[in-house]
Design a binder for this molecule. Structure first.
Ligand code: ADP
Ligand code: MG
Length: 260
């Protein structure tokens, strides 16, 4: 039986899916058997982050009792296993959220690391996702509105018996309006495990359906996530060797002053 990590935030749009997908891929690149489950069946988007949209069988079909969980597992970038939530409205109508609990138990038995990308809010599917995670990884942005939602999520997760692994501070910029890492640690009474900067490369990666840890492995955001992955399993972070194509681009950029 493996370890399950629920990635949650309370607030929407802070970067849960970005962190879940990239952390999953980074752990798979370190040789771990990793499965990422999109537990957000209402606003599914893990599949978009990982370039796996349009898969025939999804979690929705499993929750509707129309498919076996095994047929909803796909291989994603870096060898990570992915269970997309599916974006059809028809599937959503038929899905029974109670089945999710059973599905999560089965998955946990069959993976070394199970990452659960939780929905926003504190609805029933969030509570199920929090209860299933032995570990909670909170994702926050450096703004006050992100704190109260994260704090509520933490309290609920603890009541459900999960252990708080720590916090990923995502979209950190150097703006004076940002809360500092130490402010956040005090407010949430939890340790910041990684600071992922605001990085336009992440938005580009999301739009292209390619995780940044693969598309731009030496970008500051990718490095922060890869270091987090290494820390979580007690491995050493090793920088990616730039591909020949990447080196050429940089060289040409340097010679002709073009953009990378
Ligand atoms: P959530 O799953 O919490 O709703 P997402 O991971 O889908 O949030 O992220 C929401 C949007 O923010 C996406 O378009 C993503 O590309 C962008 N984003 C996330 N993290 C960063 C970052 N560190 N820098 C820039 N854009 C980011
Ligand atoms: Mg999401």
């Amino acid at each position: 039986m493996g370890v399950s990590i629920t990635v949650a935030s309370g607030k929407g749009g802070v970067g849960k899916t970005t962190i879940s997908s990239n952390l999953g891929v980074a752990l798979a690149q370190l040789g771990k058997d990793v499965m990422i489950l999109d537990a957000d069946i209402e606003m599914a988007n893990l599949e978009l982050h990982l370039g796996l949209e349009g898969m025939e069988t999804t979690l929705q079909d499993v929750l509707a009792g129309e498919a076996d969980i095994k047929s909803a597992i796909y291989e994603g970038p870096g060898g990570v296993k992915v269970i997309p939530a599916g974006i059809s409205l028809e599937g959503l109508r038929k899905a029974d959220p109670d089945v999710l609990e059973q599905v999560l138990k089965t998955l946990l038995k069959n993976s070394e690391i199970l990452i659960i990308d939780a929905p926003a809010g504190l609805g029933r599917s969030v509570v199920t996702a929090l209860a299933a995670g032995q570990e909670l990884l909170l994702v926050v942005n450096p703004e006050i509105s992100s704190m109260s939602d994260a704090l509520k999520t933490k309290i609920v997760a603890k009541k459900l018996g999960s252990h708080v692994l720590g916090v990923v501070l995502n979209r950190a910029s150097r703006e004076g309006t940002d809360l500092t890492a130490s402010d956040i640690e005090i407010m949430l009474e939890a340790k910041i495990l990684a600071v992922v900067p605001e990085d336009p490369e992440i938005r580009r990666s999301t739009a292209m359906g390619q995780p940044i840890v693969i598309r731009a492995p030496n970008s500051p955001a990718a490095v922060a996530i890869k270091k987090l992955a290494a820390d979580l399993i007690g491995a050493k972070y090793v920088a990616a060797v730039p591909s020949e194509e990447g080196l050429m681009k940089r060289l040409m950029g340097g010679l002709f002053g073009g953009k990378r």
